[in-house]
Write a protein that binds this ligand. Structure first.
Ligand code: IPE
Ligand code: IPE
Ligand code: MG
Length: 260
């Protein structure tokens, strides 16, 4: 019982949820959780609502999940908010998503800072609308010295582009004589990614049931445990994450080695 999440008895928690919390081993938590927050559109469609209302409802899920990660003292949470491929969507939806990012941070930044969260936007931010960039830059600056959860917000993020940018930077360093080509190794590439210095995701979650990475953290997820749920992102809450954690803790991570 010692390793379990003691002191987690919260009022208003359903008995099944408490069971799940009791079953989480505090010593075996992932250091880094990554989430593909998918299914907002389907959630809205099922209710005959505009897709934008699905994205809006998804903000509540994000709030709950970030709070839960803080409670659990997770080191890093990375969420996929907008991919480099999402520009293919209708202009109206893109505008809506960009405004939603501003709204989310304006609403949540104070509480995030109170909880010690460091907001760390990752992706090609220069291509985002100026107002969104300003809000992101301001949130990052205001929360820079916080010591709690590192909250990577992946926006205009694509794994292939991230690796390509790293390769370009390394090639430039070689060209300038600052680096030797035969010294370039896995650690060199890793150190040039947006997540440099952070542990790789231990647990990668995708909501809404599709079994693909959609260009998310393709380098960093080499040995992540993948957990897919049919639950749509706007319905996803800490009890679902608890279920994912219990499942994660039952798995044996071999990293290419043999069973212990
Ligand atoms: C995820 O929900 C949010 C983003 C990709 C920005 P979707 O908008 O992809 O929802 P579905 O997949 O259409 O249901
Ligand atoms: C992945 O979801 C991107 C985000 C959640 C931000 P998509 O909805 O864009 O993925 P695909 O198109 O189904 O692969
Ligand atoms: Mg989708």
């Amino acid at each position: 019982m010692n390793n379990r999440i003691a002191g987690f008895k919260q009022t208003g928690v359903e008995p099944e949820e408490q069971d799940l919390l009791d079953n989480i081993d505090k010593q075996k938590l992932p250091r880094h959780i990554a989430i593909i927050m998918d299914g907002n559109g389907r959630w809205a469609l099922q209710r005959g609502l505009h897709r934008s209302l699905g994205h809006r409802a998804g903000m509540e899920s994000l709030k709950d999940i970030v709070n839960f990660c803080c409670d659990l003292k997770i080191e890093v949470l990375t969420v996929y908010g907008f991919s480099t491929e999402n520009w293919k969507r209708p202009r109206e939806e893109i505008d809506n998503l960009m405004n939603m990012i501003i709204e989310y941070l304006n609403k949540e930044l104070e509480e995030l800072c109170q909880k010690g969260v460091r907001v760390n936007p990752i992706g090609v931010l220069q291509e985002l609308p100026q107002k969104t960039r300003d809000t992101l830059a301001n949130s990052a600056a205001q929360s820079r010295d916080n010591q709690g959860l590192i909250f990577n917000l992946a926006l205009n993020y694509g794994g292939r582009l991230e690796i390509t940018d790293a390769v370009r930077a390394i090639a430039t360093a070689v060209e300038n004589g600052c680096m030797q080509a035969n010294r370039v190794d896995i650690a060199t590439v890793t150190a040039h990614l947006y997540t440099a210095g952070q542990p790789d995701p231990d647990l990668l979650i995708r909501t809404a049931g599709d079994s693909r990475l959609s260009n998310f953290l393709i380098w960093q997820a080499a040995y992540s445990e993948i957990w897919i749920t049919g639950v749509l992102w706007p319905d996803f809450r800490r009890r679902h994450l608890s279920g994912a954690l219990v499942d994660y803790q039952r798995r044996e991570r071999r990293f290419g080695g043999l069973q212990k």
